[in-house]
Design a protein around this ligand. Structure first.
Ligand code: SF4
Length: 127
């Protein structure tokens, strides 16, 4: 489920992002989650754009868990992960996180990719 189309990166192959959209309002997302549950949806994957840019992400995750989806997960580029955010996501009940790393250095496809940070992986592993 796309929670925000905005992204801090601009990968050359991606058509799922922009630089200007507001976050989808949390009430709209919660209505959609309730409907998806009614329809028998198995699990939810929160995506974007970059989902960590949504200011209500912990609330959205908590709502997924309250609705008892089998799995609540998120796909992120990992750019904004830090120990505090990981703790917040853990406490909200996030069950799985996929980090997309499309390269070590920026190139014509992975535009604006920052230099790969081994400290980011160490942060995820330790939390
Ligand atoms: S990080 Fe993901 S959402 Fe953002 S531009 Fe790249 S592929 Fe698209």
């Amino acid at each position: 489920m796309v929670v925000i189309r905005r992204c801090n990166l601009s990968c050359g192959y991606c058509s799922e992002y922009d630089k200007s959209s507001d976050p989808v309002p949390v009430q709209v997302l919660e209505d959609r989650l309730r409907k998806l549950k009614e329809l028998g949806t198995f699990g939810i994957s929160l995506t974007g754009g970059e989902p960590t840019l949504h200011p209500d992400l912990p609330r959205i995750i908590r709502t997924c868990r309250k609705l008892r989806f089998y799995r609540t997960s998120m796909i992120t580029n990992g750019f904004f992960l830090n120990p505090e955010m990981i703790e917040t996501l853990n406490q909200a009940g996030l069950q799985k996180m996929q980090i997309s790393i499309d390269g070590v250095h920026g190139n014509e496809t992975t535009q604006n990719l920052p230099a790969f940070s081994s400290s980011m992986i160490a942060t995820v592993r330790s939390n």
